[in-house]
Structure formats: structure tokens, C-alpha cells
Design a protein. Structure first.
Length: 376
């Protein structure tokens, strides 16, 4: 592929780059993808794979819901190893104050056509008997899904390749812009359109983009059949996920098809090393046990970390980068990039081809950024 010319060249073969490659290739464009590692090796390998509709803002809702529906449409084609399971999410309310939030969320979703069920203490207990006694209730969002992100990324990339996309792995991009992508081995690939889908590393290639790395920890347990049936997230999660400064942990657990339990989650700014931070891990597991005491005696088989690409307004950057006509961004998805990868690809390709997007795209355009998005 050295010194070649394509319609589109994408840096990053995470789930976002793979979804973009698939969408461009299926619309008949000549696509190349470059990654310094393997497909789905970055945040995509570290993420939880919760396909979740969120209501932090109208723009976040629109993107997550649109993308969730695209995942639903893709379901019949997904191979078994993607482990697509529509297990639903339960937002767990610990007290009456959080039950008020359950009711607010229920109305928000109902007004926008998302079916949800308000659970009282007994209904919650019936659905998830291993939660501790005394929870006030919760909100069941039945259409939420879990899947295994690296295999989903591989599926999308393989489909792109079937439609002619070329993939170059083990090659680091050192410079992109003005229709050219330079690789560390000296090769140059030219494209009418360049896409920076390098996730949390996007600022290394597009210097002014104000993305910060937000580190997260996850733990996976041994197999415990029947212990957990839904993705459970504490409503306090909203407070911690949205804090922009301090380290935070929240109760967020996911049932895997193997009956393993994925336990999250943490958020840290300024932690640049991928090592496990024992103190954060201790706090995260303590929080999980507070909600589900039965997690305490379980065996953990692996613990790891990953980096989310966080923007100041908590929305991704999808579209042209001001100042370079050839350069487009598809990054900044923070903790929702698995969910929103398919919608990202759709609206990026719509912009490039001039097709009418199915949702308003203005909230995600990099040009919304102004100075707020630069480090300067
Ligand atoms: C702990 C944790 C839990 C999460 N849980 C969820 C969840 O439940 N649901 C959800 O929707 N999202 C979740 N996320 C977020 C999700 O994982 C990310 O938003 C998503 O994976 C981002 O995908 P990406 O393709 O943009 O980036 P990545 O997967 O990071 O891919 C970027 C790629 O770019 C490559 N690259 C970077 N720089 C270069 C270069 N210079 N040259 C060549 N290649 C380069 C990297 O090798 C990598 O493969 C979670 C994230 C974390 C960390």
C-alpha cells in the first residue's frame, strides 16, 4: 500500500475507524486504514461494550439512540463472537432522591419513544436478587445491549475489506494533513479525505484538538452462573461520570455470556500511565460491593485499564477540521464510543458525500469548538 492514493485514508482501526471504513467502503469509496497495532486494540479492547441510550443532553440522546438502532439493525449479521445480548440496563436508585431521577429519566425516554419501566424495591429485587437490601428501586431500559467490542470492530473491518478497503497494521502515522498521511517507515499515503480516528491519541496527530485522556479501570471475574442478568449502573454514576476534575468511581456491572461479571468503572484525568492504580481499584471494588455484597468473595481473573478520549462538552468530534479541507475527525467519544461508532460513521460519510444525515449533526461538528477545544 506504500505511496498509494485513495478516496479516504483513516488512521485508527478501533471501533470508530472500523465503522467508518465499513461505511465508506460500502458506499463505493476506495478506503485505506492504518493502525500501528491490531484491529480493536486501543480503548476498543478496554471498553465495556455497553450499548446504552443516554440522556445527558438532547445531542447525546440523539446520537446514542440513533446508533443503538443501527446496532439493532446489524444484529442478524453479527457473528457469535460479538456476543450481542439485549440484556437491558437497570439504573439503580439507592434512595428516594435517586427515585426522583428515575421518574425524570422515565418521562424523558417516554417522550422520545424509548420504552422503560420504573421498578420499585420489590420489582428490582425480583430482577436482581443479589443487589443489597434496601435499594429504593430503579429504571429498566430494556433495549440496551452488551457486546464484545474487539470482535465487533473486527467484524466491521472485515466487512469493509470485503468491499475493497485496504488495511495496514503495525504502521504508525507520524503526520496527517493536506491530503497526505506519512508513516514511520517513510511511506506516504494520499487521500482526498483523511480521517483522524486515533481515539485518545488523536491530539498527537491533530495538535490543536482539545481532547484529554480519561483513564478507566475494569475487572472481570470468574464464571458465576445466574448471579447477574442486566447491566446495572448506579444513578450516582451520572454525578461521577460528569465531574470534569476529580478521580471518580461508580458501581457499573455487566453480565457476560460466559457468566463472567465485568466490574467497572473509574474515571481519572492526568493519569497517563496504563498501569493499574491499586488505590482506584480498591475504591472501585469497594463501591461495587456496597451495591452487591456477593461480589466480595468472587475471584477476579483479570484487571486492566484503558483511555477514553474526552472533550470539554462531552460530545464527540465528527466532521471536517477547520483549516484543512482534506482532514476530518471521528474521535472524542469518551465512554460512549462503542455505542456511537455506527452513528459516527453514518454522519461522517453523509458529510463527505453530501447525503442528508438522519439526525442534526451540528452538535458534533469540530467547528463548534472555537477556542474551547484548543489546549492553548
Ligand atoms: C474502561 C472503559 C470502559 C468503557 N465502556 C464503554 C461502554 O460500555 N460503552 C461504550 O460505548 N463505550 C465505552 N468505552 C469507550 C469506548 O471504549 C471508546 O469510546 C471507543 O473504544 C473509542 O474507539 P476509537 O476507535 O475512537 O478509539 P481506539 O479504540 O482507542 O482506537 C484508536 C486506534 O488508533 C490507533 N492509533 C493511535 N495513534 C496512532 C498512530 N499515530 N498511528 C497509527 N495508529 C494509531 C491505536 O492503535 C488504536 O487502535 C469505555 C472505555 C473505557 C476506557
Amino acid at each position: 500500500m506504500s505511496d498509494a492514493t485513495f478516496d479516504v485514508v483513516i488512521v485508527g482501526a478501533g471501533i470508530v475507524g472500523a465503522a467508518c471504513a465499513d461505511e465508506f467502503a460500502r458506499r463505493g469509496m476506495r478506503v485505506a486504514v492504518v493502525d500501528r497495532d491490531v484491529v480493536g486494540s486501543g480503548a476498543t479492547a478496554a471498553g465495556m461494550g455497553h450499548i446504552v441510550v443516554m440522556d445527558d443532553s438532547e445531542a447525546q440522546f440523539a446520537l446514542t439512540r440513533y446508533s443503538q438502532q443501527l446496532w439493532q439493525g446489524l444484529r442478524p449479521e453479527l457473528p457469535v463472537d460479538v456476543e450481542y445480548e439485549q440484556c437491558g440496563t437497570i439504573w439503580v436508585a439507592a434512595d428516594e432522591e435517586e427515585m426522583a431521577e428515575v421518574r425524570r429519566k422515565h418521562s424523558f425516554y417516554a417522550e422520545r419513544g424509548v420504552p422503560t419501566t420504573v421498578l420499585d424495591t420489590q420489582a428490582l429485587r425480583r430482577l436482581e436478587p443479589n443487589l443489597r437490601d434496601g435499594m429504593a428501586g430503579g429504571l429498566l431500559v430494556g433495549e440496551d445491549v452488551v457486546l464484545y467490542p474487539p470482535c465487533a470492530a473486527r467484524f466491521l473491518m472485515k466487512r469493509a475489506q470485503k468491499h475493497g478497503a485496504e488495511l495496514r497494521l503495525g504502521a504508525a502515522v507520524t503526520d496527517i494533513g493536506q491530503g497526505r498521511m506519512r508513516l514511520s517507515d517513510g511511506a506516504e499515503i494520499r487521500g482526498a479525505v483523511l480521517v483522524n480516528a486515533a481515539g485518545a491519541w488523536a491530539p498527537e496527530l491533530t495538535g490543536e484538538v482539545g481532547i484529554k485522556r480519561r483513564k478507566g479501570h475494569l475487572v472481570i471475574t470468574d464464571r458465576y452462573p445466574g448471579f447477574l442478568r442486566h447491566q446495572l449502573v448506579e444513578l450516582g454514576y451520572l454525578k461521577s461520570a460528569h465531574s470534569v476534575s476529580s478521580d471518580s468511581v461508580a458501581f457499573n456491572v455487566q453480565p457476560r455470556r460466559t457468566w463472567q461479571i465485568l466490574i467497572g468503572s473509574s474515571r481519572q484525568y492526568g493519569a497517563e500511565h496504563k498501569d493499574v492504580d491499586q488505590e482506584i481499584l480498591r475504591r472501585m471494588l469497594q463501591r461495587a460491593q456496597k451495591y452487591m455484597p456477593g461480589l466480595g468473595p468472587m475471584s477476579a481473573v483479570r484487571t486492566w485499564t484503558g483511555f477514553r478520549a474526552a472533550t470539554p462538552d462531552k460530545l464527540p468530534l465528527i466532521g471536517p477540521w477547520p483549516g484543512d479541507k482534506s482532514l476530518f475527525l471521528a474521535t472524542g467519544h469518551e465512554g460512549l464510543g462503542i455505542t456511537t461508532s455506527l452513528a459516527t460513521a453514518r454522519i461522517l460519510v453523509d458529510q463527505v458525500t453530501g447525503a442528508k444525515p438522519e439526525i442534526p449533526i451540528e452538535p458534533y461538528l469540530p467547528s463548534r469548538a472555537g477556542k474551547e477545544f484548543t489546549h492553548a
